[in-house]
Design a protein around this ligand. Structure first.
Ligand SMILES: [Zn+2]
Length: 160
C-alpha cells in the first residue's frame, strides 16, 4: 500500500510532515529523489557521503528530527534516501527521523532539541555523538557512509 504524507503546521516547531494513512514497520514512507548535487553543506541538504551533499525533491527536507524517530533512512537505487518506517504508525502521525542517521556532525541546527520524546538527547547531535547502543539500534536505518567513516576513523586511530 502506498503511504501518503502531507505537510502540516505543528505550532512552535514550524512545519512537519504527517502521514495521512496508517503504516507498518518496513514500509517505504517517502522515496528519496535527488534534485540537485551541492558543493557544500546547507541547512536543508541531505548528506549522502563523507563530503557529498544533495537536495532531495519534494517534502523530505521538511521532515523533522526526533530522538525517538518512527522512520530511518535507506539508500535507494538512485542514491537517494528513502524514508523507511522503523515501527507501525497511525494516520495523522508525524513522520520523524534522527538527523544523526544522515549527518556525521551537525552544522546547521539550533543547539536545543524540541522533539519532546522521553529519551531526548537535549540537543540535535550528529552520528559521531551517538552511543554504541544507539548506533546498533539504527544499524539498518542510517546512511552507510556513517559506518564507513567510523571504520576509517578507527583505523586511523589504530595506525597512529
Ligand atoms: Zn530530542
Amino acid at each position: 500500500m502506498q503511504t501518503k504524507v502531507e505537510m502540516r503546521s505543528c505550532a512552535e516547531r514550524g512545519d512537519g510532515i504527517f502521514s495521512t494513512t496508517a503504516f507498518k514497520a518496513g514500509d517505504t514512507i517517502m522515496t528519496g529523489i535527488i534534485q540537485e548535487v551541492l558543493k557544500g553543506n546547507h541547512s536543508h541538504a541531505s548528506q549522502i557521503g563523507e563530503n557529498q551533499y544533495v537536495f532531495h525533491a519534494g517534502l523530505i527536507s521538511k521532515v523533522n528530527h526526533s530522538c525517538n524517530p518512527n522512520c530511518g533512512i535507506r539508500v535507494n537505487d538512485m542514491g537517494g534516501h528513502d524514508f523507511i518506517a522503523m515501527k507501525d504508525g497511525s494516520s495523522d502521525e508525524e513522520i520523524t527521523f534522527d538527523y544523526a542517521m544522515r549527518n556525521y556532525g551537525i552544522d546547521h541546527f539550533p543547539e536545543e532539541c524540541m522533539c519532546g520524546s522521553s529519551n531526548c538527547r537535549g540537543s540535535v547531535t550528529g552520528w559521531q555523538a551517538l552511543s554504541d547502543d544507539k548506533k546498533k539500534e539504527y544499524q539498518d536505518f542510517a546512511a552507510p557512509y556513517l559506518f564507513a567513516l567510523d571504520d576509517k576513523i578507527r583505523d586511523q586511530r589504530e595506525n597512529n
